[in-house]
Design a binder for this molecule. Structure first.
Ligand code: AMP
Length: 216
């Protein structure tokens, strides 16, 4: 099963993708993670993306589509792909349709995670991840059971994203409404759109997604 998780920054796309990946052995395809890895590695793509990402803008469609095209050639995608943070524009959605057809893959469902914008700045400003396994935490909502130790892998290294600050989040939300929100009606038109309440507890959101996918 190949699915898209749609929603503004902070909606919980990454969190839910990781849970689904662990439970169902699907593959998380996060363009944000791939671009951050490219920036860290100093590749050509990374050099082009770096300043845009720091400012909370969108990296060009061509670059992002190229990254996804390459990733979809990896053999593990047969396990099923969870698209997280892609597509983010109508040209990207159209390109994904073409890419999937070219690779004989199908899109089974698009899950729109609905949240209140007002809560997103707080959610994003408080979040951090384990530097080793990537498990996500939040200063107030999801602390490790033992302070400073990752629940999942025991690492004591944590990191915060450079773009997770109030100013950049405002730009990212603006980009979401201008460029990404129109994808809701794009996918509504395909009959594949399902909506879930992303303001609920993490586990309840997962249950809603599973239910929504069961009906897909
Ligand atoms: P994310 O981790 O999904 O929040 O993405 C972090 C940043 O990476 C975004 O603010 C954009 O600058 C860039 N980015 C990630 N995915 C895309 C995409 N599909 N299209 C354009 N830019 C993207």
């Amino acid at each position: 099963m190949n699915i898209i998780l749609l929603g503004p920054p902070g909606a919980g796309k990454g969190t839910q993708a990781r849970i689904l990946m662990d439970r169902d052995a699907m593959v998380q395809l996060s363009t944000g993670d791939m671009l951050r890895a490219a920036v860290a590695a100093g590749t050509e793509v990374g050099q082009k993306a770096d300043a845009v990402m720091k400012a909370g803008g969108l990296v060009s469609d061509d670059i992002v589509i190229g990254v996804v095209d390459e990733r979809l050639d990896q053999p593990d995608v047969v396990q099923g792909v969870i698209f997280d943070g892609f597509p983010r524009t109508t040209p990207q959605a159209e390109a994904l349709d073409t890419l999937l057809a070219k690779k004989s893959m199908t899109l089974d469902a698009v899950v729109n995670i609905e949240v209140d914008d007002a809560a997103m700045v707080d959610r994003i400003s408080g979040r951090y991840t384990c530097g080793n396994c990537g498990e996500g935490y939040h200063d107030r909502d999801k602390k490790p059971a033992v302070d400073g130790v990752c629940d999942k892998c025991g690492s004591t290294e944590f990191k915060r994203r450079k773009d997770d600050n109030a100013e950049t989040v405002a730009s990212r939300l603006k980009e979401y409404h201008a460029e990404t929100a129109p994808l809701i009606s794009y996918y509504q038109g395909t009959g594949k759109l399902r909506s879930v309440d992303g303001m609920a507890h993490i586990d309840d959101v997962t249950t809603s997604i599973k239910t929504a996918l069961g009906a897909a």
